[in-house]
Every structure is written in C-alpha cells, then in structure tokens.
Write a protein that binds this ligand. Structure first.
Ligand code: DX5
Ligand code: ZN
Length: 215
C-alpha cells in the first residue's frame, strides 16, 4: 500500500519545504495541467525539473495535458520515476508507454470517470500502473466518486489475470473516510491532496491513511 500525496494542495511558493512535510510518503504526486485537457493550469516541465533536483521522494507525474505523445517522455527524461498519461488524450499509447519505460520511468495510463477500462485492457503488458480517477480531473478538494469502485475492481481483476507487477492507483477525494473502500476494491496506490496537505501534521495524515488502507 503506497501513499502519493498530491502537491496540488501544497503551498506553491514553498514547494521544497512542502516536500519535507511528506518525507514518509512513497511518492510525491505532481499534477501537470495545461488549461486545455482540463480547465485548469498548474505547472510544467521546468518546475518538475527543479523539484526533481531537491526531492528525496520519487516523483509521480500525472499529466492532464493534450498531446502526451509529444510531451510525456520529457518528464521521464527529467527523472520522474512514474509518468501517467490520460488515455483520452494519447494518440499512440503503445509507443508512448514504451518511450516512458525506455527513459527509465514506470508507464501509467489514467482513465477519467466516464472512460471505460475494457477497451484498453489489452494495453496492460505495456503498463506499470493504471490510474482510475475518482473525481473529474482538474481541481483538488472535490467529492469522491464511489461509483468508480466497480472500475477499480475490474482493473484489479484484469491485472491479476495478466500477472506481473501492475499497480492500481486512485486519485480524487481520497481521505480517511474513503480510502478503505478503495483498498477493498483493489487499489494499492493512493493519491491524496487535501487530506494530506490540509492536515496540520501531513506526515501523521500519511501514516493514518496507510494504516487504514492496509487493514
Ligand atoms: C485532480 C488531481 C488530483 C488532486 C487530488 O485533478 O489529479 O491529484 O490533487 O486532490 P484531492 O485529494 O484533494 O481530491
Ligand atoms: Zn492527480
């Protein structure tokens, strides 16, 4: 069970210090938004390169951008250990996943809430993780969509059939109230933004989430 706090809810004026607050996390989740694929704009490659230099934690880059085929490999080359592209935006997901792996990153595919998993199941051999969004991507602090749990289960079952080490990540509205149902449905990597950075003691919140997910 791994916890990947989203720095979207961190203080953007003090990102290095904000990474120190989550030193017991497995990953730091970095939400890249381009104002096109989603109606919000956050940060891009220069900031990821700067974070990579100071982060003691591996970066888990979630790219909510158009044309990931063109842009995603640069994030892997910058040193991100996991790079997630949205299948809704990818033109050639097989080639894209291969180029991410060739650059030394884990390759991951994300599904928006309305996107079915079944049409993409045959991509599993190219992937190291599938991200099932539990909110519409774009903003932190939204309500968890419990209706995505059957999809998490479906992905977990497919991963089990396929074998190999493919992780199942959930992202959006994950908190102490909702993490157990995600784990029960088969998720094993949990992104949490407001639930971690909104807490006075972020490290403590991470410990609590990990414990709840592991029960
Ligand atoms: C939403 C982002 C999430 C977001 C999660 O588009 O992908 O990573 O930061 O924030 P919370 O945990 O507050 O829902
Ligand atoms: Zn995210």
């Amino acid at each position: 069970m791994q916890i990947s706090p989203s720095i979207l809810s961190a203080d953007f004026a003090n990102l290095e210090r904000e990474l120190d607050r989550i030193s017991n996390a497995d990953w730091a989740h970095v939400d890249v938004m381009d104002g096109h694929f989603v109606p919000n704009l956050t940060l891009g490659l220069p900031v990821v390169e700067a974070l990579q230099k100071v982060s003691p934690i591996p970066l888990d880059c979630h790219l909510m951008i158009d044309d990931p085929d063109r842009w995603a490999p640069s994030y892997a080359e910058a040193g991100a250990k996991s790079v997630t592209f949205h299948i809704e935006a990818a033109k050639n997901p097989v080639a894209l996943a291969r180029s991410l792996r060739a650059a030394g990153a884990r390759a991951a595919m994300a599904l928006k809430p309305k996107t079915e998993f079944a049409p993409y199941e045959d991509l599993l051999p190219e992937l190291d993780m599938v991200l099932v969004m539990t909110v519409e991507p774009g903003f932190g602090g939204q309500s968890f969509m419990a209706d995505q749990m059957p999809k998490v289960r479906q992905v977990r079952d497919a991963v089990q059939r396929h074998g190999g080490e493919i992780w199942v990540q959930v992202d959006g509205g994950v908190s102490a109230k909702t993490i157990e149902q995600c784990a029960e449905a088969g998720a094993d990597v949990f992104v949490a933004g407001s639930a971690v950075y909104g807490a006075d003691d972020a490290a403590n919140a991470i410990g609590e989430l990990r414990e709840l997910a592991s029960q």
